[in-house]
Write a protein that binds this ligand. Structure first.
Ligand code: IPM
Ligand code: MG
Length: 370
């Protein structure tokens, strides 16, 4: 048995545990059928961690995350925590992991599987063959900027503040990842900000332009305002290759891009840190969809974004490109064969549960070994 590495599995809340269950079955399959053994730890995060020990991310869990080769993350959140103060919201578990592991580069590929081109809310010809990558800065900007908070003014009304802040190194390191990724794709980067109204946007555009001139002149670079980008994504999405943008714009634009692919249930993501001396990056992999409490526990969740996130784990953290390709191809095949969870159900297709979808993927993986 070949020891590949160790994983921390954090299923989280809502549909998180259900979709993670399907990843665990693929991990089991890799061990049994491919002799690839992953050491797996499991722990709580988000609402489940709050329920168990009053914090969305326990210190011990953070320790496990730092020690792991990769963190595989489900989803966090639920309506029962809506009234919690900020630091006790489930989402803080995820934000702390991103910040503490310095996972500044968030890769959100939006690809349309041929079998799902009809499921998009856009016309088929607009999305057929779509393959774009949103690269979201993940540890800066308005998500973490200080000062932040809500204060009560002398007249009893309140005042809320969030701070959008970016520095030269923060912009340069995410832009560099964008240019590097573009070189392995179609060699085009669209840098997105609001330089027409925001100082952070002005600096963003300046720094990206400078870095491009210094080190990446061979990559095509375009600049676009974020509002225009939102519009272009639903108008003519295939014009893009890599979109590099800040934390908040990336959050918004990646949800829009996800829907182009037919369902939020289809979009994976990888959050990566800077390479260390041995070239290894801290990494967390999660589906872009949330915890979907309305369908939790009913076997309706689409596990494919989670499984695609695990394919990214194999590719980016363990250099197992062949195995990642095999898993992605298996997912494309189950869609070709008509398997659909309710979120991507179309007339004439076969509606299946979370586990039946996972099983269909495993069956194809088995068949692929001959
Ligand atoms: C995402 C989510 C998170 C975010 C939430 C859960 C904090 O929407 O990963 O896109 O806003 O970053
Ligand atoms: Mg989001």
């Amino acid at each position: 048995m070949n020891q590949v590495g160790n994983l921390l599995l954090l299923p989280g809340d809502g549909i998180g545990p259900e979709v993670m269950g399907e990843v665990e079955r693929v991990i089991g399959w890799l061990g049994d059928r491919q002799g690839m053994k992953f050491e797996c730890e499991r722990d709580l995060v988000g609402g489940s961690a709050l329920d168990a020990h009053g914090l969305p991310l326990a210190e011990s869990t953070l320790g496990l995350a730092k020690a792991a080769d990769a963190v595989v993350f489900g989803a966090v959140g639920g309506p029962q925590y809506d009234a919690n103060p900020f630091h006790l919201k489930p989402e803080q578990g995820l934000l702390q992991l991103r910040k503490e592991l310095d996972l500044f580069a968030n890769l959100r590929p939006a690809m349309v599987f041929p079998a799902l081109a009809e499921a998009s809310s856009l016309k088929k010809e607009l999305v057929e063959g779509l393959d774009i990558l949103i690269l979201r800065e993940l540890t800066g900007g308005v998500y973490f900027g200080e000062p932040r908070g809500i204060e009560t003014l002398p007249d009893g009304t309140k005042r809320a503040v969030d701070t959008q802040v970016y520095t030269t190194p923060e912009i340069r390191r995410i832009a560099a990842v964008g240019f590097e990724l573009a070189k392995k794709r179609r060699n085009h980067v669209t840098s997105v900000e609001k330089a027409n109204v925001m100082h952070t946007g002005v600096l963003w555009r300046e720094e990206v332009t400078k870095l491009h001139a210094e080190a990446f002149q061979d990559v095509e670079l375009a600049h676009m305002y974020a509002d225009n980008c939102a519009m272009q994504l639903v108008r003519r999405p295939k014009q893009f290759d890599v979109i590099v943008t800040d934390n908040l714009f990336g959050d918004l634009l990646s949800d829009a891009a996800a829907m182009l692919t037919g369902s939020l249930g289809m979009l994976p993501s990888a959050s990566l840190g800077a390479p260390d001396q041995a070239g290894r990056r801290k990494a967390l992999y999660e589906p872009v969809h949330g915890s979907a409490p309305d369908i939790a526990g009913q076997g309706k969740a689409n596990p494919l974004a989670m499984l695609l996130s695990f394919a990214m784990t194999l590719r980016y953290s363990f250099d197992l490109g062949l195995e990642a390709d095999r898993l992605e191809k298996a997912i494309a095949s189950v869609l070709d064969q008509g398997y659909r969870t309710p979120d991507i159900m179309q007339p004439g297709m076969r509606e299946v549960s979370t586990t039946a979808m996972g099983q269909a993927v495993l069956d194809i993986l088995d068949a692929s070994l001959g």
